[in-house]
Design a protein around this ligand. Structure first.
Ligand code: ATP
Ligand code: MG
Length: 631
């Protein structure tokens, strides 16, 4: 048996022993007296009776050994600033923030909504929150007023932490007018707002409500705010899913299970070590930002890089320059970002000394083979795909590099991660598909391992009904992704269950068709959706962004490329998968976190209302598709 197989089996056959061992990676104020209480499924409670604090584990516990070591490296290529905070400095800033929160009336269990750009103060705010037992709800900076208002209503915070603005591609984005509008729209009115003034945008203050961090910080320069020991099951935060398939869901996370899960993942998955530097290129508004920009690396005693800016500004080498400068050992990004880099000169990947870097982890969307190959060739490092969800908080499928350096297979995020009883289920009958190479819904048998969602914030019923009711008479968690497992136990994600299309009785994952199309040398990116068809039930429709659009001005050339793409699909998957049309667009509609909004494309193609689009990035992308469909 391989080392990993043994490790995985142990996590499932004796979960109490396995997780009580992992719990030793964390500092407890009071040791738990029960590892997992699953007496009320699907609600499970981890490390019951234990008391701890996330901020203590991220900062205070490291002070004796590494107070002068870098903890937070805040880099902005938008404002041309770079600031390194040691663990001791971070400790001081977080206490100043925590004291300011208390001065503004925040108590344990209260919510604080954080609507911030990628600046150090956002990290101070998150850490200060959990330090005093308050619950943060980070909302991606720059979300429009309506989306922000609905999140303010849902979280009902006593305090909002925000800034005058952010910046994207050198252009300032004012946050304050959006925040003021959201506060007006929301039925819940937070009592106080704490504002960071970066000198980027006007910052008009509402008397009695708005406070400047600059002023409060000065009042609390020497503040000492001890960590509030909270129950393991005390919520640490709420966070919304990306809204790719519909209205975002408010995920509620515990404290103890999350802390243990992250500490364990830093060792077993990322093979990361104290004193090293971790660089996740995500945003604190997403789950990767929570787990692997802020908490995971700090809990592991590592320095973490927080980066504000584009991956291609000042040029396509900026990330690799940071890897060289800060001797990054582990990096985490998303396929969508690598596709952006792919349009730049590959020489940037060779221009810096990347000898410190051991692996690049990618998650968030299917990693297509051409993209994986390009970055793998360019960096000459292991590229490790990992599959998970906001709901789970840490990877479900990957290669656990810290346990055994097993090979990756392109197109596969790897094997089931320890602690997760991953199953493939027949979507009609709910039967488990135990044989290899059968397509089914990726599901997880309960109890979910530590660190996964506790419930939907203030909506236990939605938690049960959304995630646990897909198989009649059986409590299993559905990921709503469609996948297949090979004989070696490697999974392949074929798309979301919503994205499975049925052409004349053949069930096809949109991902399979996209993979085939993406192999064409002139296709940069593609989205495939199923569109209702009277004859066949559904047909595939493809929207592609080309690398070189110079030749596509006339119809004949577009048709030629369309023909080539169709031939590729015929060859790879057969004529049944061939898209009815391949349309060429400048941009594909995506969420703010960079995920393809296939459901919106599909709705537009079928002439339906595209539904909740509050998390959509650039509306012109969907408009172009609307225009094409009308033409
Ligand atoms: P919503 O749940 O609101 O519709 P979302 O599912 O996009 O939005 P996230 O939690 O950010 O919200 O994303 C998780 C989803 O992203 C997964 O369920 C899966 O569909 C996709 N995903 C994440 N990582 C991978 C990966 N490595 N390969 C394939 N798909 C992935
Ligand atoms: Mg989801």
């Amino acid at each position: 048996m391989s080392r990993y197989t043994d490790f995985y089996q142990r996590s499932l056959s004796d979960p109490d022993a396995f997780w009580s061992e992992q719990a030793k990676l964390v500092d407890w104020n009071t040791q738990p007296d029960q590892i997992c209480d699953n007496s009320n499924p699907p609600f499970s409670r981890w490390f019951v009776g234990g008391k701890l604090n996330l901020c203590h584990n991220a900062i205070d516990r490291h002070l004796p050994a590494r107070s002068d070591q870098p903890a937070l490296i805040a880099v902005s290529t938008e404002t041309d600033t770079e600031q390194v905070y040691s663990f001791a400095q971070l400790h001081r800033e977080v206490q100043r923030m925590a004291a300011s929160f208390r001065a503004l009336g925040v108590k344990k269990g209260d919510r604080i909504l954080i609507y911030m750009p990628m600046v150090a103060e956002a990290a101070f705010a998150m850490l200060a929150c959990v330090r005093i037992g308050a619950i943060h709800s980070v909302v991606f900076g720059g979300f429009a007023a309506g989306s922000l208002a609905s999140r303010i209503e849902d979280a009902a915070p006593v305090l909002v932490v925000s800034a005058d603005g952010g910046s994207r591609g050198g252009k300032a984005v004012a946050y304050k007018p959006l925040l003021d509008e959201a506060m007006r729209l929301s039925r819940h009115k937070p009592e106080a707002v704490l504002l960071i003034d970066r000198g980027l945008a006007p910052l008009p203050l509402v008397a009695g409500r708005d406070h400047l961090w600059r002023d409060l910080r000065k009042e609390h320069l020497d503040a000492q705010v001890p960590c509030e020991w909270v129950d393991s099951t005390h919520p640490s935060y709420t966070l919304y899913t990306s809204g790719t398939t519909g209205k975002p869901k408010g995920v509620q996370r515990d404290t103890g299970g999350y802390c243990v899960a992250l500490a364990a993942s830093m060792q077993h998955i990322f093979d990361a070590h104290p004193g090293e530097t971790y660089f996740a290129t995500s945003d604190i508004g997403w789950v990767v930002g929570h787990s692997y920009i802020i908490y995971g690396p700090l809990i592991a005693g590592m320095a973490t890089i927080m980066y504000e800016g584009l991956p291609i500004r000042p040029d396509g080498g900026i990330w690799w320059q940071l890897v060289e400068k800060y001797k990054v050992t582990v990096m985490f990004s998303a396929p969508t970002a690598i596709r952006v880099l792919k349009k730049q000169d590959a020489a940037y990947l060779k221009a810096y000394d990347l000898s410190s870097l051991r692996a690049l982890f990618l998650a968030g969307e299917p990693l297509d083979e051409p993209t994986a190959q390009w970055i793998s060739d360019g960096l000459g490092k292991p590229i490790i795909d990992n599959y998970w969800q906001t709901e789970t908080g840490w990877p479900i499928l990957t290669i656990c590099n810290g346990v055994e350096k097993a090979p990756s297979k392109f197109g596969s995020p790897g094997k089931a991660v320890y602690g997760y009883k991953v199953k493939l289920l027949d979507d009609q009958t709910g039967e488990e598909l135990a044989e290899p190479n059968q397509k089914g819904v990726v599901a997880i048998e309960g109890p979910l391992p530590p660190g996964c969602m506790q419930t939907v914030w203030r909506d236990d019923e939605r938690f049960v009904n959304t995630y646990w009711k897909s198989v009649p008479g059986k409590l299993v968690y559905s990921t709503f992704d469609w996948g297949v497992r090979d004989a070696d136990g490697y999974f392949y994600i074929l798309g979301r269950t919503d994205d499975v299309i049925n052409v004349a009785g053949h069930r096809l994952g949109t991902r399979e068709i996209e993979e085939s199309i993406a192999a064409h040398p002139n296709i940069a990116e593609v989205a495939v959706v199923g569109v209702a068809d009277q004859l066949k039930g559904q047909v595939a429709m493809a929207f592609a962004v080309v690398k070189d659009s110079a030749g596509l001005t006339d119809e004949a050339k577009r048709l030629k490329l369309e023909g080539e793409v169709m031939q590729l699909v015929d060859r790879d998957l057969g004529a049944v998968a061939r898209p009815a049309r391949v349309r060429f667009v400048h941009l594909l509609p995506k969420t703010r976190s960079g995920k393809l909004l296939r459901r919106a494309i599909q709705a537009v193609c079928e002439g339906r209302d595209p539904g909740d689009l509050t998390t959509m990035d650039d509306p012109s992308a969907l408009q172009q598709i609307r225009d094409l469909m009308k033409a």
